[in-house]
Design a protein around this ligand. Structure first.
Ligand SMILES: *Cc1c(COP(=O)(O)O)cnc(C)c1O
Length: 378
């Protein structure tokens, strides 16, 4: 079985060595980069940043997009903008990339781990409601953890490997408990839930353009807003809180230098021109994988109900940890790069003492998930 998996993937990608996810540059990347250098606008001034933001807003349907240096900092900013402070708790999932939790920790807040659903691999609205009904109380319009008295300020679900979570149900629960909703859509550019682009359901949505994501700017991230005033605050905060239209160096609060440089945005503008094709291409690959793995009797993860996924990283679900490890060993030994899911966040030394609900589904998935090669095929 493992042998036929390896030959299928090698044939699919036309190579004996197949990486997990390689970026592709098949458009105007070099042209736009040359323009940055020829005009000397390589840094914080230049037309590509605004243009990239407009392209992203048009593609996702967000009212306003603000580009920044990377997804991790975009998450940190998003949480800060919705009012997360030192001592707060933020609800998130144990099955995620560490950046989700780190962005919470940067603000002096702590994650609370809510289980995921097996059919989305993202936060379960049922587990979220159960945990809140057992542990939360509302006082003076804010939500608090009954056990330790901490304020529960925000909820940060993640659209795992590009597959949308049941975000509208999560939104209803957050509204009921006066909890701000921020979406970690770092992996999900191009994914829709009920026809609407993910990242548009909460107060802020975050995307990453790291080298391994569906669209890359080298390093980069963006915040999606439907609240224009909040977007204005974001832009102010990431440009050293510089007062607009002032010739002097005037700054009115402690700001950050987190704006995306023009060279990165130039790559992003070129990649945006091909994004729809990247998504379509990856969806075809997912269909081919599904056919193949079904024949092999292996479960291939398909997009959840009412979702259209970008299939950023394809997933197979093995029978148990032993079979997972055999699959990983064989494929990597034969040139086909595959990876397990992240170690659950509640097991990492810095997050091991955080509050958690029942997380059986997360543990089940951790034992069985393998990511298989998913680059756009030329
Ligand atoms: C990639 C990623 C991030 C962080 O993005 P960077 O741009 O690498 O900082 C955050 N959350 C998730 C789930 C990611 O996959």
């Amino acid at each position: 079985m493992y042998k036929s998996v390896v030959s299928f993937i090698q044939e699919l990608y036309g190579s004996n060595q197949v990486p997990l996810h390689a970026p592709i540059f098949c458009g105007n990347e070099k042209t736009y980069l040359n323009e940055c250098i020829d005009t000397t606008f390589v840094s914080s001034v230049g037309k590509f940043v605004d243009q990239f933001e407009e392209q992203l807003a048009a593609f996702t349907g967000a009212k306003k997009v603000v580009a920044c240096v990377n997804g991790t900092n975009a998450l940190f900013l998003a949480l800060k903008l919705v009012g997360v402070e030192n001592g707060d708790e933020v609800l998130t999932q144990p099955l995620t990339f560490v950046a989700t939790c780190n962005s919470i920790a940067y603000l002096g807040a702590t994650p609370v781990f809510i289980d995921v659903d097996i059919d989305t691999m993202g936060m379960s609205p049922i587990s979220l409601r159960r945990w809140l009904s057992e542990n939360a109380l509302i006082k003076d319009g804010s939500c608090y953890n009954k056990l330790n008295g901490n304020r529960i300020k925000a909820c940060l679900p993640m659209h795992t490997f590009g597959h949308p979570v049941k975000i509208d149900e999560i939104k209803v629960i957050c509204d009921e408990y006066n909890i701000e909703l921020v979406e970690d859509a770092a992996e999900a550019l191009g994914s829709l839930y009920k026809g609407k682009h993910v990242g548009n359901f909460g107060k802020v949505g975050v995307i990453s353009f790291n080298g391994n994501k569906i669209l890359t700017t080298g390093g980069g991230g963006a915040l999606m807003f439907n609240d224009i005033e909040l977007a204005r605050c974001a832009k102010h905060l990431i440009t050293q809180a510089k007062v607009a239209h002032s010739i002097d160096f005037a700054h009115d609060e402690v700001g950050y230098n987190l704006r995306m440089p023009n060279v990165n945005a130039a790559i992003g503008c070129a990649q945006m021109e091909n994004l729809a094709q990247f998504v379509a291409n990856k969806r075809v690959t997912a269909t081919l994988y599904k056919q193949f793995f079904t024949q092999q009797g292996i479960r291939f993860f398909t997009e959840p109900e009412e979702a259209t996924s970008n299939y950023w990283l394809n997933v197979v679900i093995l029978n148990d940890r032993k079979q997972r490890d055999e699959f990983l060993r064989y494929t990597n030994l034969h040139g086909v790069m595959t990876r397990p899911a992240w170690e659950l966040m509640n097991k990492l030394p810095m997050y091991k003492d955080c509050v958690q609900g029942n997380i059986d589904n997360s543990k089940w998935l951790e034992d069985r998930i393998v990511n298989i090669p998913s680059s756009v095929r030329l």
